[in-house]
Design a binder for this molecule. Structure first.
Ligand SMILES: Nc1ncnc2c1ncn2[C@@H]1O[C@H](COP(=O)(O)OP(=O)(O)OP(=O)(O)O)[C@@H](O)[C@H]1O
Ligand SMILES: [Mg+2]
Length: 235
């Protein structure tokens, strides 16, 4: 079994046509291994969210190829018949805002998707409690999101992203709403998940403080992907 979690080849993404054509990604090729946490940095509008959404099978590329694990999901068209199934089974998303549902308590937020996917209430709750413990937020399981701090809510959002045992986590500025200390604690948590659960994580960030915790730094430069070695890595 290969250790590659994400493989992208000659990926191109344009929006629009003719005079309104916007070229976002021109010819991107890269691989990310299982157990790796990679920071994605680039100026606003460079295409970070666009890239994550293509890898996450949410947004259709213009051309190129994408493999998730052993499965080629895109090859100049969607190869995967059911992209929703791929998302549900392989990918966990974390966004800048936590998007927890305000009228459900924490454990209900974490069990919502697994239950919608047919996991029983009992099993999904056991798994959710395990995740909340892992993220050190289990004491809030029966609180509402509004009773939690920003950092606590973001840890719940991470628990929710992990609820379907994803092989890949795509995080779009997960620490943007947090102060420095809480950002570092969230990124340490993501790193622990990458290492212990062999998950590949791409996290978009504008926060230099979290870069030392990442294994690699990926940039979008001249509409393509380049890697920069993180010089001071914290293992
Ligand atoms: N649906 C769309 N239609 C047309 N253009 C789009 C669409 N979505 C994104 N774009 C354009 O693609 C480019 C990349 O957008 P994207 O949201 O990926 O940038 P980003 O790097 O995530 O920026 P930010 O740091 O501000 O979140 C931008 O020029 C944007 O205007
Ligand atoms: Mg963005």
């Amino acid at each position: 079994m290969s250790n590659t979690a994400i493989k992208v080849q000659n990926l191109v993404k344009n929006f629009g046509k003719g005079d309104s054509l916007v070229r976002v990604i021109e010819n991107a090729s890269f691989e990310i291994q299982k157990g790796e946490i990679v920071a994605l940095i680039a100026p606003s509008g460079a295409g970070k969210t666009t890239l994550l959404m293509m890898i996450g099978c949410v947004l259709e590329p213009t051309s190129g190829e994408i493999w998730l694990g052993e499965e080629r999901v895109y090859g100049n068209k969607w190869v995967a018949k059911d992209t929703r199934k791929i998302r549900r089974e392989k990918i966990g998303f974390i966004f800048q805002a936590h998007y927890l549902i305000p009228f459900l308590n924490i454990i209900e937020n974490v069990t919502l998707l697994p239950q919608a996917n047919g996991v029983s209430e009992k099993i999904s709750k056991e798994k959710a409690m395990e995740l909340l413990k892992y993220l050190e937020i289990d004491d809030k399981a029966y609180n509402m999101s509004s009773q939690l701090s920003g950092g606590q809510n973001q840890r719940v959002a991470i628990a929710r992203a992990l609820a379907n045992n994803p092989q890949i986590i795509l995080a779009d500025e997960p620490t943007a709403a947090l102060d420095g200390e809480r950002s570092v604690s969230v990124i340490k948590m993501l790193k622990k998940i990458a290492r212990e659960q062999n998950v590949a994580i791409i996290t978009v960030t504008h926060d230099d403080r979290i870069l030392p915790y990442c294994d690699k730094i990926m940039k979008i430069e001249n509409r393509t992907i380049v890697f920069q070695d993180s010089d001071e890595r914290i293992i």
